[in-house]
Design a protein around this ligand. Structure first.
Ligand code: MSP
Length: 485
C-alpha cells in the first residue's frame, strides 16, 4: 500500500508582504514534500493565509483599501513569492473561504461544544493585536509588548472559553510518549515545562466588531453576536482544507493526521491548544510538529528600524531560485536560530555553487562529452533514477529527521570528494596515455554526479533537472551558477 504524507506550513497573516522567515518555513516544507513525492509517498502539501484578523483590518485601513480587496492583493503577493521560490503546494487555504473553511471550522466547534468544553465567561484583560492574543502584565516591558513595541488594548467582553486546562494530563502523556512527536527534543522539553506550569482555559471567541465587513470572521454556531477567536479559527485550517466536517471528506480520511512545520513563536498554539481541540473533538492528533528557529540578520532580529530586513525577492532576483533554496536548506539551522547576511550569502554562493557544484558539473561534463564516454561506459545508474533517493539511506534519514543541513552536507561531501578525485587521478592527462582508464574514471565520476543530481531534486529541482538531462542527453549543461563579484 502506498504511504500517505501530509505536510503543512502555518497559514501566514496577510497584513504585509512575506519576508525571509516565512520563505524559510515554506521552502523547507517544500523540500520535505518533494522528497516524499520522490520516494513514492502519496503527498499533500497545504499552505494558506490567516485572514480573519484585526491586524489585517488595521493594515487595510492604513493602506486606504477595503479589507476584502486588500486581502486579495496580499494573497496574490504570497502566490507570486511561492512561484519564485518554486513551492509545490497542492492547496492554498484562505480562512475567509466560506464554502470550505467555515463549515469545517463550525463543525469542529460544534464537536468541541458537544463535548462540554466551551463555556461563556466575562473576560477582562489586555489584548496584543500584533500577537492576536491576550497578554498579561508580566509579558510587558514598560507597559508595552516587547515583540511589537505597542501598548496592548484593554478589553472587557463576554467570550466563549475552551477548557484547555482539562487536557493537560493527556497532552503531557501524548507528547512524552511521542505519539505527538515534537522535533527537536529541546522544543518538546520546552512545551512539557509549559504544560507542567499549568494550563489555563483560553478565550475562543470575540464579540463581532462593528468595523469588520461581512465575510470576515467565522460566526460562532448559534450565536451570531460572536466570531471565532482567530487562533481557534486558524488552527482548524489544517483539517477544514481537507474537507473535515463536509459531506466530501475523502481527503481528510486519506491524509489526516500529518506533519505541521512551524516556527518557535507559535509552538504553544500548536502543541497545546490544537491537540487539545482535536482530543475534545475525538479526532486524531497531528503526527509531528517540526519546530524551527528564527532567521536573524547580522545576529539581530530583522526589523525596519535596524534596516536589516532581507527581502526574499531581492535575493531571488539577484541569485535565482535554487541558490536561495540552497542557502536556506544548507546554511540556516533547522533547529536553532540561524543568521543570514548579504556577504555570507554571496560567499556561500560563490564558494559552494559557482566554484563547487557548478564547476564540478561543467568540468565533468566537458570530459564526458569530449572523450565520448557515453558510448564506452555503461555504469551510470539511469535505471535506478529517483530510486537513488531511497538507496542513499543517510540522505533520506536526514530529511526525514528534518535535518536539512545534514542532508545538504551529505551532497556537498560527495561534490568535494569528486573534485578531489579529479585532482588526484587527472583524467584530463590520462586521456592521452591510457584512454580506457580515463574513460572509466570519468564514467564513475559522472555516475556520482548523476546521484548528486537525484539527491538535489527536493532542494534544487531546476538545477537537478539541468544536470540530469545533460547527462542523459550526453551534452554540456547550461551555465548553472555564474560567479558574482
Ligand atoms: N497566522 C499565524 C499562524 C497560524 S497557523 C494555524 C502566524 N502567522 S505569521 O505570519 O506571523 O507567521 C509566523 C510564522 O512565520 C512562524 O511560525 C515562522 O514559520 C515564520 N517566521 C516568521 N518570522 C520568522 C523568522 N524571522 N525566521 C523564521 N521563521 C519566521 O503566526
Amino acid at each position: 500500500m502506498t504511504k500517505t504524507f501530509y505536510i503543512t506550513t502555518p497559514i501566514f497573516y496577510p497584513n504585509a508582504k512575506l519576508h525571509l522567515g516565512h520563505a524559510y518555513t515554506t521552502t523547507v516544507t517544500d523540500v520535505a514534500a518533494r522528497y516524499h513525492r520522490l520516494i513514492g509517498d502519496e503527498t499533500y502539501f497545504l499552505t494558506g493565509s490567516d485572514e480573519n484578523t484585526q491586524k489585517m483590518v488595521d493594515a487595510a485601513t492604513k493602506a486606504g483599501v477595503v479589507p476584502m480587496e486588500f486581502l486579495d492583493g496580499i494573497v496574490a503577493n504570497f502566490a507570486s513569492l511561492y512561484a519564485s521560490l518554486n513551492i509545490s503546494y497542492d492547496q492554498f487555504i484562505r480562512t475567509t473561504d466560506q464554502k470550505l473553511h467555515w463549515p469545517g471550522a463550525q463543525a469542529l466547534w460544534a464537536r468541541i461544544d458537544a463535548a462540554g468544553d466551551l463555556y461563556k465567561k466575562e473576560y477582562e484583560g489586555l489584548y496584543c493585536v500584533g500577537h492576536e492574543a491576550f497578554v498579561t502584565e508580566k509579558d510587558l516591558i514598560d507597559g508595552k509588548c516587547p515583540d511589537h513595541g505597542t501598548v496592548p488594548q484593554y478589553l472587557k467582553e463576554e467570550n466563549y472559553f475552551f477548557r484547555l486546562s482539562k487536557y493537560a494530563p493527556q497532552l503531557k502523556e501524548k507528547i512524552e510518549s511521542n505519539e505527538l512527536l515534537i522535533v527537536p527534543e529541546s522544543r518538546k522539553n520546552e512545551i512539557l515545562a509549559f504544560i507542567e506550569s499549568g494550563l489555563e482555559d483560553v478565550s475562543f471567541s470575540r464579540p463581532r466588531k462593528a468595523d469588520w465587513p461581512d465575510g470576515l470572521g467565522v460566526p460562532v454556531p448559534n450565536d451570531p453576536t460572536q466570531v471565532m477567536y482567530v487562533w481557534c479559527d486558524a488552527l482548524s485550517n489544517y483539517i477544514t482544507a481537507l474537507g473535515y466536517g463536509s459531506t466530501d471528506d475523502a481527503r481528510y480520511q486519506t491524509f489526516w493526521p500529518g506533519v505541521h512545520v512551524i516556527g518557535k513563536d507559535i509552538l504553544r498554539f500548536h502543541a497545546a491548544i490544537w491537540p487539545a481541540m482535536l482530543m475534545s473533538a475525538s479526532a486524531p492528533l497531528p503526527k509531528t510538529l517540526f519546530v524551527h528557529g528564527f532567521i536573524t540578520s547580522g545576529g539581530k532580529k530583522m526589523s525596519k528600524t535596524l534596516g536589516n530586513i532581507i527581502d526574499p525577492e531581492e535575493l531571488l532576483n539577484e541569485y535565482g531560485t535554487d541558490a536561495v533554496r540552497y542557502f536556506l536548506a544548507r546554511h540556516i539551522s533547522p533547529f536553532e536560530d540561524g543568521d543570514i547576511t548579504r556577504e555570507g550569502f554571496k560567499e556561500a554562493y560563490n564558494g559552494n555553487l559557482a566554484n563547487g557544484l557548478g564547476n564540478l558539473a561543467s568540468r565533468l561534463m566537458k570530459m564526458y562529452t569530449s572523450y565520448d564516454v557515453a558510448s564506452k561506459y555503461a555504469g551510470i545508474p539511469f535505471e535506478v533514477g529517483d530510486g537513488l533517493m531511497v538507496k542513499e539511506a543517510a540522505f533520506g534519514k536526514a530529511i526525514e529527521a528534518y535535518d536539512f543541513n545534514r542532508a545538504m552536507n551529505i551532497i556537498w561531501e560527495k561534490i568535494q570528494k569528486a573534485d578531489q578525485q579529479i585532482q588526484s587521478t587527472e583524467p584530463f592527462k590520462l586521456i592521452k596515455t591510457d584512454e580506457a582508464k580515463a574513460v572509466s574514471i570519468v564514467g564513475d565520476l559522472v555516475a556520482e554526479l548523476f546521484t548528486i543530481a537525484i539527491l538535489l531534486k527536493p532542494v534544487m529541482p531546476e538545477t537537478a533537472s539541468k544536470i540530469e538531462s545533460a547527462i542523459k542527453e550526453n551534452r554540456m549543461p547550461e551555465a548553472l551558477f555564474p560567479r558574482k563579484d
